[in-house]
Design a binder for this molecule. Structure first.
Ligand code: S3P
Length: 185
């Protein structure tokens, strides 16, 4: 773990679709690295004084994306920590530039069945309420995976306990940081 900590010079942002495990694995990663963890949706909820679902319902998605960009701008230009934004954050062009330009990004990639199983456990995601979640997630995968593919590190997460997926993330991060170090002049 010290290898990662000593090479880490910017915040880590964990990206991926709803249900990819950003909050769970991001939180475990922060614990393992002894760094703070921030869930951007929770920051937005505190700033707005209401839930993400209510922001979507009352103010609309455009307002939510504005709040999301403001919160992420502050987070990615701040201290080294682990940040988990909502899955749609980097689909906003300006937010994407902020995130990819300032942070070390880790894409938690997951197959449709895994995402469906995980998102089926809660109903707090407004985007999955307006139709068949399988169809919606499939469409989001097609639209978003090319953008998520810009991440510095990609980790395929499986239907395994989060600790196993965490181990994959730690190995991939360490390999990436060591390679960067070797390549830098
Ligand atoms: C969204 C994902 C959600 C939340 C909002 C929109 C998205 O976060 O930000 O419902 O566009 O994918 P999670 O990815 O943490 O579920």
């Amino acid at each position: 773990m010290e290898i990662i900590k000593s090479h880490l010079k910017k915040p880590v942002v964990v990206i991926g679709l709803m249900g990819a495990g950003k909050t769970k694995i991001g939180g475990l990663l922060a614990d393992a690295l002894d760094l703070p963890f921030v869930d951007a949706d929770q920051e937005i909820e505190s700033a707005a004084g209401c839930s993400v679902s209510d922001i979507f319902e009352i103010h609309g998605e455009t307002r939510f994306r504005d709040l999301e960009r403001q919160v992420l701008k502050r987070l990615v230009t701040g201290d080294v920590q682990v940040i988990a934004p909502g899955g749609g954050a980097v689909m906003n062009e300006q937010t994407a530039e902020l995130v990819f330009g300032n942070a070390l990004t880790v894409w938690l990639r997951a197959d449709l069945e895994v995402l469906l199983e995980r998102t089926g456990r809660s109903d707090k995601r407004p985007l999955l309420r307006n139709g068949d979640p399988r169809v919606i997630l499939q469409e989001l995968m097609e639209k978003r995976y090319p953008v998520y593919g810009r991440a510095d590190v990609t980790v395929q997460t499986e239907a395994l306990p989060p600790e196993n997926n965490l181990e994959k993330v730690i190995k991939a991060l360490a390999a990436y940081l060591l390679a960067q170090d070797t390549l830098s002049p």
